[in-house]
Design a protein around this ligand. Structure first.
Ligand code: GLY
Length: 581
């Protein structure tokens, strides 16, 4: 039976791929495709190129760029600009992010930091009200909530440094989508309905995201964005200066000056993309390459992998109480460190080497009792995490030469600050909310965070975004990443463990139920799919378990194996798409 299924799959694969002229050009298949049919979910299979992302039109644009002869960076930039049109909850021009690239030529990795930075006039206590408490509306939903955007600079830097196509070529599909419009999807109507109130509060957002009569677009109606098309055209024709010095910059600053915004023409002109060495670590035979500070992602993924490396995880069984206990205890230790030590490394040193050292993990591992939960308060008193937005987005791209891009970018909250810059069609980020607004004191959620992430002009707020690429036998193997604020780290971690330690295929690895523990609050968030028996056993060990639907991240991943590309979009949010050929 199993052999028959395998044969049928091979036939299916050859039929589907065989229809593509791209595959036909690539000639014969040298290696067999190995997929275990015993798994409940199967990846999408392609031969030559693949984009896994949160929205169909943008994934297809990236895949088309690859088919047209563009490289993975061309495809990543085209996808990033397209998502700014089709996926406005997180795709963006006025946000920021991180791009991790593996270049087959030279066998090297590049990490591009295009995180937003605080305007020069930003200050430590800017979000405190007269009562000394954090003013949440100002921090998250005002002009002051916006950091200096990095996306346009980051995308164009990647293109000019590592791409092969022209600006005009990679921006053309996004311009066409904005100008000619596209049918509104179920996912978009759902997302706009969710954030409608906030968007309607801003007159420009109301004009952009709703019909002239104020009603919401319905599924299948065509949505055109002429203002956004203008902005994209400016970028296409004039490059990075259009955004940071030219007409777009003037419109951003005019919007700031019409209210109490802080971003000036000088802030925009001063914005810089930073190439940083990516973080590297190992888990058994795998090499894991991920995001360095100002992301906390890579540090804590590597730290937790170090903590778990010596245990027989597969022997414990996937998502058993024994495994989840060990996972949760390791997460606690890492997130306690995160609250104390992580921030922008250009402002205060971050002890990356120490935190990702295997000897440090060995010492920390001794603190984990195999049968009993350690109360978070006894791990490190007095500090914790600010609540982070659950939004952000990720896409992964790979070709059959071993090139990969893993890109996570964000406006922070869904639709950012919900404030649009008049005449540009674009929403402003609210990334200033990722700073610690009141270091050392409880915030309105009862939490405290350290000085390392206090607000300072020019500084980048601490992030959890974790674009990651894993190498196996020295070859690029897996690209992944996720949205989800502080849950990004635990989402990417469990996806990696599912693939590396439990040998799941990439679809099952992404879809399987996850947990999240971030030290404080001292509770395990457990998704649907963690069995009630397991929850009971965890509670008997002393854990507080909160049941949390299916709300932990949303991965977009690709594995490159035996010359095949195997991709998966996570079904936790609607209408992600894997496009391949
Ligand atoms: N704004 C989410 C993050 O950077 O982690």
């Amino acid at each position: 039976m199993y052999r028959l299924q395998q044969l049928l799959l091979s036939l299916l694969v050859i039929t589907v791929i065989g229809a593509s002229p791209g595959w036909a050009r690539d000639t014969a298949i040298e290696e067999p495709l190995i997929i275990d049919f015993k798994e409940r979910f199967l990846p999408v299979v392609a031969r030559s190129g693949m984009v896994a992302g949160p929205e169909q039109l943008a994934s297809e644009i990236g895949s088309r760029i690859l088919q047209q002869g563009g490289n993975v960076v061309d495809a990543a930039v085209a996808t990033g600009f397209a998502l700014a049109v089709t996926y406005p909850r997180a795709g963006n021009l006025a946000g920021g992010g991180f791009m991790l690239i593996h270049l087959a030529e030279g066998n090297r990795q590049v990490f591009i930091d295009y995180r937003e930075s605080a305007p020069a006039a930003a200050s430590r206590d800017m979000f405190l009200g007269e009562d000394g408490k954090i003013d949440l509306m100002r921090m998250y939903f005002s002009l002051q909530s916006s950091g200096v955007p990095g996306t346009v600079a980051g995308m164009l830097y990647a293109l000019e440094t590592y791409g092969s196509m022209s600006r005009e070529q990679v921006l053309a599909p996004a311009i066409a989508l904005a100008e000619e419009g596209f049918p509104v999807s179920f996912a978009l109507t759902y997302e706009l309905a969710n954030q409608g109130k906030r968007l309607r509060n801003n007159p420009e957002s109301l004009r952009l995201f709703f019909k002239p009569d104020g009603n919401a677009y319905e599924i299948g109606e065509i949505w055109r964005q002429p203002d956004l098309a203008w902005t994209l055209r400016q970028i296409s024709e004039q490059g990075v200066d259009a955004f940071y010095k030219g007409e777009i910059a003037k419109r951003i600053v005019a919007a700031m000056q019409a209210g109490d915004g802080l971003i000036t023409l000088q802030d925009l002109a001063d914005y810089r993309v930073i190439e940083r060495p990516p973080l590297r670590g190992t888990f058994r035979e795998f090499e894991v390459v991920s995001a360095p500070p100002p992301s906390s992602g890579g540090v804590h993924i590597l730290q937790i992998l170090n903590l778990l490396e010596g245990d027989d995880l597969a022997g414990m069984g996937h998502n058993t109480a024994a495994y989840l206990h060990l996972l949760a205890e390791s997460m606690k230790l890492a997130y306690a460190d995160r609250s104390e030590y992580l921030g922008d490394p250009d402002f205060a040193p971050v002890p990356v080497a120490e935190l990702t050292d295997k000897a440090y993990a060995a010492r920390q591992r001794k603190m984990i009792d195999p049968g009993k939960a350690t109360p978070s308060t006894t791990i490190a008193p007095g500090s914790a995490l600010l609540r982070e937005s659950m939004d952000t987005t990720h896409y992964s791209i790979a070709d059959n030469k071993g090139n990969m891009v893993s890109n996570t970018y964000t406006l922070n909250a869904s639709f950012g600050s919900a404030i649009a810059v008049p005449g540009t069609g674009m929403l402003l980020n609210n990334e200033m909310g990722d700073f610690a607004a009141q270091p050392g004191k409880p915030n309105p959620f009862g939490l405290v965070q350290g000085e390392s992430n206090r607000i300072e002009g020019g500084k980048r707020p601490l992030s959890s975004m974790s674009p990651t690429i894993v190498f196996r036998d020295g070859k690029p193997w897996l690209a992944t990443g996720s949205p989800g604020g502080s849950r990004i780290i635990t989402t990417v971690l469990q996806t990696l463990l599912n693939a590396m330690a439990f040998e799941m295929n990439i679809a099952t690895a992404g879809i399987s139920a996850r947990i999240h523990h971030q030290w404080l609050p001292d509770e395990i968030l457990a998704e649907d799919g963690i069995s009630p028996d397991t929850v009971r056993l965890l509670e008997q060990m002393g854990h507080t378990v909160k049941l949390g639907g299916r709300t932990i991240g949303r991965t977009e991943s690709i594995i490159w194996e035996n010359g095949w590309l195997l991709g998966a979009t996570d079904t936790r949010r609607p209408q992600g798409w894997v496009a391949g050929f």
